[in-house]
Design a protein around this ligand. Structure first.
Ligand code: PMP
Length: 429
């Protein structure tokens, strides 16, 4: 029995399914023991080039020394105090407010789900309205406000599709679902729910279904519709934030939301997230005397997360992090396009910056419904064969790959060679 299999059995005894988050129980199953730079290692000594990046946080690479050292240094003096603030919270906040256009003020929490929960509750507190618009296929966390119509089965698109048993009916029914890149659909939804919609929440690039690019005018149109209807625009930049620009995708797009949620790449793998936005809105949180929207958390602003955030943003300020990962991303996408063209494979290579996704379909998908044309079975075999070649990709169909500052042209060369060889084998060409 392999170590992976033995430890999996052991884990199954103690945790349901042997894993501690949905979507981790995937085949082939690995017990990971080490991460370093662009590589991860399992309990049987297998080594992989990692593009999963733990679902996105690793923008500098695993166990990045500059970040780890700052965390260790911070822990030798600061841990948690429970009242007041720390120099780490102040410095991390200052950096976010400096770089992210919509962030006039910021508050820290521990996960992306907490951040989206707080942003939505704040939008309801401000507007006195209950309803929320989200888009089919976008993911914003596990809580009742947003856990509906995520990666729905194809026959559930356009229907009421709760993501979990145990959700409150009222929460599900107050979340309206629109089609991404379809402004008419959003406008119609506003008109049918006049004066009732508190906010729109969206991933400005829906990375939870790969890389669907907002079509020209879509984000601008949402901005206008929100302003015209007195609703707040919330960009969930938990994946896009800091990965696509130190100012988030809002900086790239030139569209400023009212509220922004952040996480993942903001601290290169350490647990911290944030909600940020216009000062007049943020002042409604009860962290401000007289504030009436409840915001609290024992571990909020912990030294580990804030120190890691400061170090990660310092790296982006002082080194050509984005230049490097964008160049590798461009190279990866254009060479994969060359490979699929040469082999005559029906594929659309999507991407932005450090990310890419190969959809096995012959046109650019603009929304979740379009992804029905993607050959999921082909992807699953492709991924399995890539893992056998030492290239670790996202465990689910329709997800994206991430490059980090630790990846170099050498890893890209190895990956491209593996892609070509696997696709040749699969197509018999
Ligand atoms: N928003 C987005 C866009 C996400 O991708 C995720 C996590 N994948 C979340 C929110 C939730 O974050 P967390 O898992 O840290 O709660």
């Amino acid at each position: 029995m392999t170590n992976n299999a033995r430890l999996r059995e052991e884990s199954n005894k103690y945790a349901p399914g042997g894993v501690h988050s949905a979507t981790r129980n995937v085949e082939p199953f690995h017990v990971f023991t080490k991460g370093e730079g662009a590589y991860i290692y399992d309990a049987d000594g297998n080594k992989f080039i990692d593009y999963q990046a733990a679902f996105g946080p690793y923008i500098l690479g695993h166990n990045y020394p500059y970040v780890n050292n700052k965390v260790i240094q911070a822990l030798s003096t600061t841990d948690m105090f429970g009242v007041g603030t720390t120099d780490l919270e102040i410095e991390a906040s200052r950096k976010i407010v400096t770089h992210v256009p919509s962030a006039e003020q910021v508050l820290f929490c521990n996960s992306g789900s907490e951040a989206t929960y707080h942003a939505i509750r704040l939008s309801r507190g401000i507007t006195g309205r209950s309803k929320l618009i989200k888009f089919q296929g976008c993911y914003h966390g596990w809580h009742d406000y947003v856990a509906r119509n995520m990666l729905s089965a194809w026959d559930k698109i356009g229907t009421r599709d709760p993501g979990s048993a145990g959700m409150l009916d009222e929460a599900i029914d107050n979340t309206l679902v629109c089609t991404y890149n379809d402004l008419d659909d959003v406008e119609r939804t506003f008109n049918e729910n006049k004066g009732e919609i508190a906010a729109i929440i969206l991933e400005p690039i829906p990375h939870n279904i790969g890389i669907i690019m907002p079509q020209p005018g879509f984000l601008e149109g949402l901005r206008e519709l929100c302003t015209a209807n007195g609703a707040l625009l919330i960009f969930d930049e938990v994946i896009t934030g800091f990965r696509h620009d130190i100012g988030g995708y809002q900086k790239v797009a030139g569209v400023t939301p009212d509220l922004t949620t952040m996480g993942k790449a903001m601290a290169n793998g350490f647990p911290i997230a944030a909600v940020a936005g216009k000062k007049e809105y943020m002042q409604r949180f009860n962290t401000q005397p007289g504030g009436d929207v409840w915001f609290a958390g024992t571990y909020n602003g912990h030294a580990v997360g804030t120190a890691a955030c400061i170090a990660t943003l310092e790296m982006m300020e002082n080194e050509p992090v984005h230049e490097h990962i964008f160049r590798l991303g461009e190279r990866m996408r254009s060479e994969i396009r060359g490979i699929v063209d040469r082999l005559g494979i029906k594929a659309y290579v999507a991407g932005f910056g450090s990310t890419w996704t190969t959809y096995f379909m012959d046109f650019e998908p603009k929304n979740y419904t379009d992804l029905q044309h993607n050959d999921a079975e082909f992807y699953v075999t492709y991924r399995k064969k890539m893992i056998e070649k030492g290239i670790y990709k996202m465990p689910m169909n329709l997800k994206r790959n991430h490059l980090s500052y630790s990846h170099t042209d050498k890893e890209v060369d190895i990956t491209l060679e593996a892609i070509e060889s696997v696709l040749k084998e699969m197509t018999g060409k």
